[in-house]
Every structure is written in structure tokens, then in C-alpha cells.
Design a protein around this ligand. Sequence first.
Ligand SMILES: [Zn+2]
Length: 367
Amino acid sequence: MSFTNKIKKKGPVDIVKPADEVFDNVYPTRISNISYESVIESQKAVKEFEDKDRDILIKNLKSAYEEVFIKIIEGCMLSDYIDTIYNNLPEKIKEDFDESKCISQLLNSVNIYLVSSKMGGDKTSDEREIPSDTVESIVLSKKELHDNIANKKFEEANKRGKLNNAVRLGCYIRDTKRYFASEGFIQAKASSIHSFEDVSEHCSIFLWVDNIYDISKKNDNPSFEALFTFVLLHELMHLMMDVFDETKFGINGAGNLKDLGQLYGYFREESLANALALYLCDATRNDALVYSILDYFVEGQTTPYQTGLLYIEKDLLKKAVTNWMKCKKGKYLTKQLAKEWLLEVTTESPRQSELTRIEDAIATLVP
Ligand SMILES: [Zn+2]
């Protein structure tokens, strides 16, 4: 039975039909079928634009979705992660489907909402709350972070003593109270994904079309299409890494390690989502996409995101992602290794050999 048939009872899947019925609304899209023009044209976030801008937007949104789905997702560029995902799926969803398709099916199951900054607090057509586009973010420099970790002032770093409001371009959410690595494990709940229906029901990606457009217009680089593609990939990679997040991840060791755990989790999650998104951009062999993101966008991001640039070697990236997914499945990491990793990535010139050594050490801890 196909995935579509299985979940036919659910509204969000029938995304083409609602396009005609729902006027001026925020309804879910999937990466595989944005190509239906009506799906984009009827989106409230797109209608907010002037005619000229709207035409550009519609064209670019379509090609970004197509690039991500056809070239990247269907193109098996994530095949290194198939085993990790497939071998950890519950038996009942393995029965009916093809291993080679598990990543594309997973990533195509998530509801993607195109929103604008005005819509924070509103609801989508399927009653999901639209998050605010403003968040507080760590603004400590690399050196300050490094010194705090070295001097055991984790608490300071984690309380995010120095906070700045950051504008969101995209976000990935599992339910409303899902556990974010960056928020500590207080809200942790056993909520692993048991089926692709769970993904469409519990996971969402929000993309702030106006914020992405503003950035691209202000600097002319990266282009709207390049930045939108990158943000979409970044959020999809959070989903790929999140699929086994069963309870909480933690760090095993003496003393109060909560703060170190939070900082480590935040750095790991964001750096890997960025690294995977960059890796996928690179795999498209579209130089305009890669260089505009690297030269004009990532440079301006905060340290946890920039850390993604350190996973240059494909093998290191694969080890790191697999280790992190396993940590999120409830395996515990040692304080020592978490700290060594944080200290290395916040040094002036982190060493690839050292990062590889740490990944190998983590791998031996996490079966
Ligand atoms: Zn992120």
C-alpha cells in the first residue's frame, strides 16, 4: 500500500485539493508536490507580496522544491545514512517498504508551511500554531565560548548570558512541546517516530518566506532561491537526525553536567544540520548555490552554525551524524568527550585529525 493511501484519512496529505478550496490560508506542502502552481499561489505568505515580487517568488519556490526533491532527495545523495535510519525503524513500518526509499519517504512526510513574520501566533489551515519568527540566540564569540568551557563556566555559556534577538528563516518542530537539544532535557518525553504517519502528524517545518526574501534582496547574495534551498535543506536535516529521538540525550559523568549537555547538544544539532545542508548543496554541483551560501551567508551565522564548516571530510561528517543520531536514541556520552569536542571546535583553528579522533572515541561508546 502506498503511503498516500495509508494516510488518506488525514487532511494535510491532500494538498492539491485544498488549494482550490482554501483561499488565503497557510496549508501544508510537501517537498514532492509543490510543483502544482496552485499550491504556491494560494499561500497567504506568497499573496502578501507585490505582483512583480510574487511572480519571482513563485518561480523560485517551485524550482527550489524541485531541486531539493528530485536532485537531492530522490537522487540518493543521503544514501550514507540509509542504514542508520532503516536499521532503527520499528519492525511494523519496515514490512511494507523499500529500504532505498526510506529517506525520501521520511523527508517527504513532513508538512512544510510557508509563512511570513506577521503570522506568528496564527494558526495554519490544519490548526497548527505558527511560531514567532524572533528567537533569542547565543551571541558569545568563539573565544568567549572556548574560555567559558575551559574555565568550567558552562553555566554562563548555557544561560546564554549574552543574548540577542535573532530572526528566524526556518524552523523544525516536533509537536509543540518537543524536546530541543538546545532547551535542555526538562521537556523530554518519549515520543519517537513510529511511522511515517507520525511524521506528518507530529513534525512540521516553517519557512519564513518574507525574511528569506528580505535577506536576499538586501545583499543580492545569496539569491532567494539559493537561500530558500539551503534553509529548507537545513530543516529537513533536523528531521532526518531527529527520527530516533526517543527520550532525551544526556551526558554520563560526575557532577552537574546539564549545562555542558545543553551547549553540546545545541552545537551538535545546528552544526550538523548546516554541514549536511552544505554537503547536499555541494552535491548538486551547482556552484552558484554553494558559493553564495558559503561566501555570503554562513559567514554571518553564529558559532554553532559555523561549526558545520568543520566537517569537511565526508567520512567525518558521516561518523558525526551517525554518532549524534545514536546519542539521541538514548545512549549516553561521556562528559570528557563532549568537553573535548566543544573545546576543539571553539579553538582558533580546529584540527580535523582531532575531530576524527573524538568521533571514533564516541563511536566506541555508542553501540
Ligand atoms: Zn537549525
